[in-house]
Design a protein. Structure first.
Length: 365
């Protein structure tokens, strides 16, 4: 090798590298730059639609979103969130917010959202949620809106709570009921049933020992449904780190998915024994606080939206809802998507939101 070859070979002669390799090098450089940006910046602001706090009591938070339309439908909406997750899944960002969509379509929107129960709230039971928190929020909505009728929308386990409330207060103020991916036959919640198998899972020992069930345990149970999903999603993020829109969407959904709430101990005990083990909602033997909760007693219009590819609430767990409801005006819609993409993101904007609006508008006057 001659003396002049050393410096030339030590450098990187881009002109001599094939175009495809150049492209990959540039992509790798851009990916590294974007990776640094990802680590050093925070994600987009979520849950920013203007709202007022109507009531806060323990783990219960009731919000009223400020109307934006000139004309408002008569019947207000109360959204009941699942007790494990934050409500901002329905209020991601402007243009991607279900709440914003409802407001622009002329609905008066309230949300029952949850905060983490404190250690002293470990004795909160199913009756506190169904016979106290939801009725209390309904009364606040009635007083604030000046209307006696209320449409209730329940997401996932918020739908279960709404079903229990509607069946016990069948003659009450609920005018319409909308459920998103709501389980009724808990035999079909396969992995959750395996996780809480009565032969191995001592729920009494767990609750008596630690009180509230920590979010890490709940999050682990979700991740067991798709064991490789977190690793796969991180690989996908790295491959698309240069795509600003992809990264923004990833950060929104990842933040929500990992923002899991603990569950009150007694409440978790009831879920495990009455629903997971004894399947009482499906078997028509469920009671709350000594009051029978038979969903056949629900007679108001009901819409149930379920996802084709829901790994958390499989369709077989959700499909008995409509046959068991006592309403004459009832409908199930099966839409493309999963447990989360059914209600949020591009899929929801295209499919669920317009369908819900077309169904609800004529029942909200």
């Amino acid at each position: 090798m001659n003396a002049g070859a050393g410096p030339r070979s030590a450098g990187l002669d881009l002109a001599g590298i094939p175009e495809r390799i150049q492209s990959e090098v540039q992509r790798a450089i851009q990916r590294s730059i974007k990776g640094v940006e990802y680590i050093s910046t925070s994600g987009p602001s979520l849950g920013s639609t203007p709202k007022d706090i109507l009531s806060v009591r323990g783990t219960m938070n009731l919000y009223h979103y400020r109307p934006v339309a000139d004309e408002i439908y008569r019947v207000p909406i109360l959204i009941v969130m699942a007790t494990t997750n934050r409500g901002y899944i329905l209020d991601m960002m402007p243009g991607q917010s279900f709440i914003e969509f409802l407001l622009k379509r002329g609905y008066d929107v309230y949300m029952l959202d949850w905060s983490a129960p404190k250690p002293e709230e470990k004795r909160l039971g199913m009756e506190d949620y169904v016979l106290d928190f939801i009725p209390d929020c309904v009364r606040h909505v009635q007083r604030d809106s000046g209307e006696s009728d209320v449409t209730v929308i329940g997401y996932c386990f918020g739908g279960v709570l709404s079903l229990l409330y509607g069946s016990i207060f069948a003659g009450g103020p609920m005018k319409n009921l909308i459920c998103f991916t709501t389980p009724v036959d808990f035999r079909e919640m396969k992995l959750f049933r395996n996780f809480s198998d009565q032969r191995y899972f001592d729920v009494d020992h767990l609750v008596d020992s630690i009180g509230n069930v920590p979010p890490e345990m709940i999050l682990s149970s979700f991740e067991m449904l798709r064991p490789a999903s977190r690793a796969a999603s991180q690989v996908q993020l790295w491959e698309n780190i240069w795509n600003d829109e992809f990264v923004k969407s990833y950060r929104m959904f990842d933040r929500w998915a990992t923002d899991t709430l603990p569950l009150a101990g007694e409440y978790f005990r009831t879920i495990t024994k009455d629903l997971m083990w004894d399947n009482k909602l499906y078997n028509d033997t469920m009671s709350v606080g000594g009051r029978k909760a038979d969903i056949a007693k629900i007679r108001v219009p009901v819409l149930h939206a379920v996802a084709e590819h829901d790994h958390i609430v499989p369709y077989d767990a959700a499909k008995p809802l409509i046959p068991k409801i006592g309403s004459a005006d009832k409908q199930e819609v099966i839409l493309k998507g999963g447990h989360v993409s059914l209600v949020a993101g591009a899929n929801a904007i295209k499919r669920l939101w317009p369908k819900l609006d077309s169904w609800l508008c004529e029942r909200s006057t």
